[in-house]
Ligand binder design. Structure first.
Ligand code: FES
Length: 156
C-alpha cells in the first residue's frame, strides 16, 4: 500500500477499531476506496483490528464480492444462463475472450476490462445479454459485442 492508500484505510479503520463485528464493513469500504483488497491491505486491516489474518482471509475468500486482484474500469458481465446460451451467448463470450485477450475472471493489462461470465441477468427476452458496469446490451452477436467494446475503448 502506498501512503495515500494507507491513509484511506486508516480513515475507515478509525470508525471501527476494536469492533471485530465490523470486519465486513471495513473490508467493503476499503475495497470501494482501493478497488480491490491486496494481501498488504488485508494484513494491515487484520493487524489493526487485532484479528488473525487467517480469519480475515477466510472472510475475503468466502464472499464473492471481495476481490484480491485489481479489476478493470469496466466489468463485462456475459450471461451464461440457458436462454442466452441457446441464442449464441457462448459465441459472444468467445468473441470477448479473443477481443480482450483474457480468460474468464481476468482483467486486461491496461486495467480497462474485467471479463466475468455470470448466471442469468434477468433480461432473457433480450438474449444474449452482456452488461458493462450498469449498462445492458441485448441481442448481442460476436460482431456487435466487439463494436460495443471499441466504443468503451474510445472513451479512454
Ligand atoms: S439467461 Fe441470459 S438474461 Fe436470462
Amino acid at each position: 500500500m502506498d501512503k495515500i492508500e494507507l491513509s484511506k484505510v486508516d480513515t475507515i479503520l478509525d470508525d471501527h477499531r476494536g469492533k471485530k463485528d465490523s470486519l465486513i464493513t471495513v473490508l467493503q469500504k476499503s475495497q470501494n476506496e482501493l478497488g480491490y483488497l491486496s494481501k498488504d491491505t488485508q494484513k494491515y486491516i487484520a493487524d489493526e483490528m487485532k484479528i488473525p489474518y487467517s480469519k480475515l482471509y477466510g472472510v475475503v475468500t468466502f464472499y464473492s464480492q471481495f476481490h484480491q486482484k485489481p479489476r478493470g474500469k469496466y466489468i463485462v458481465r456475459v450471461c451464461e444462463g440457458t436462454a442466452c446460451h441457446v441464442r449464441g451467448g457462448d459465441k459472444v463470450l468467445e468473441a470477448l475472450k479473443d477481443e480482450l485477450g483474457v480468460d474468464r475472471g481476468e482483467t486486461t493489462k491496461d486495467l480497462l476490462f474485467t471479463l466475468e461470465p455470470v448466471a442469468c441477468l434477468g433480461a432473457c427476452g433480450l438474449a444474449p445479454v452482456v452488461m458493462i458496469n450498469d449498462e445492458s446490451y441485448g441481442r448481442m452477436t460476436p460482431e456487435s459485442i466487439v463494436e460495443v467494446i471499441n466504443e468503451y475503448r474510445n472513451k479512454n
